[in-house]
Unconditional design. Sequence first.
Length: 462
Amino acid sequence: MTTGKLWGGRFSRPTHDLVDAFNASIAFDRRLYREDIAGSIAHARMLAATGIISEADRDAIVGGLEAIRADIEGGRFEFRTDREDIHLNIEAALADLLGEPARRLHTARSRNDQVATDVRLFVRGAIDDSLDRLRALRQVLIDLARREASTVIPGYTHLQRAQPILLAHHLLAYEEMLTRDAERFTQARARANVSPLGAGALAGVTYSIDRDLVARELGFEGITANSLDAVSDRDFVVDYHAAAALTAVHLSRLAEELVLWTSAEFAFARLDDAFATGSSIMPQKKNADVAELARGKSARVIGNLVQSLTLLKGQPLAYNKDMQEDKEALFDSVDTLLLTLEVVAAMLPTLTFDAARGREAAVANFALATDVADFLAKRGVPFREAHEAVGALVARCEREGRTLADLTIEEYRAAHPAFDEGVLAIDLDSALAARNVPGGTGPEAVARAREAAAQRLEGERG
Ligand code: ARG
């Protein structure tokens, strides 16, 4: 072998150093060593079970691969750039260790179905980790909704105070989003969880292999149906990125709320010292860096989704080396998302909410005006007419520097004859209680929703 490469038979000159550097993926795909070794062990066992290699060779190969795994985990393995990628690094090391039996491992296999297998296994594991972290964060939101069951904040539309809501209702909105994110991950997992091994380079292999045996051994639910698709499909990577990006966007929105709520302008919540940072020049500062980063990290996860789509768009079937570029973005999103989920879950319970400030802000700025209009409408006044009358009252109060609560019954009656004393009873608590409807922010509705969410989560843990 003049090139020193496992694929070097038809080459008469070694590759240029630059090509080695450009072509190699070992710097990052070494992270797939566990998946690669698991895939090779399953493949070797199948080759023996189908009589393609001897049981003695299988035993040597399996033993050698396990030794290599132990070496990698013990930091004793030398990853070599001239050996290109994780697949060739492990195969070459196995050959160094065993000699001939190792050189039978790649029978009825290509690096193309091998890498597709590794990445599918990796994505499956990443999804399982994401689901664990999502469940943990959902539990945190539910627990916080229980702890803050009576805390009120203004609800916003257009970031203008709109109607009072329970903080718990707001938190549970995020629990709903994260539940859908978990569903998306679960669906992505099912699509990723099929075995491409046996597709060979692109056209299938010429041995009587047992693809189902390999699939079962690796915990796949089935096998891919088309060899070309098997080696060129990375939609399962895009699926992962899409679910991750939407989760990151949800976390970003929550993070943005935390930035707002902990500002002096809102002042609904205070950051724990353990989850805040200071300024190197302004001694008084306490910054919500954790929330800002949770918001900012979504940019890379979104970018990685776009990268994965762009990577695929121009590739003819089947495998192309472009595919190698799928990994760093994938690893980056996995690491980023898992860390963000973890830190947000750790931070949320440390927030202190200012209940008095929340109640005060919740009714300021005429936030009960809808309830006053509803009061008229419930007495037969067309809602548009009620809206108009209350709008005029709001304008008047604004001019006079008063609130709706300051108005006398005579002033109400002057605005619309259908008003009666009952209107004076409208307050924050009546406004909330009036919304004990399914999906509403009334305290009973929210308590029911919270316990339903808790049960749903419990059920998923099964
Ligand atoms: N390192 C390659 C990748 O990540 C492995 C597959 C290489 N296959 C090939 N035919 N060169 O995609």
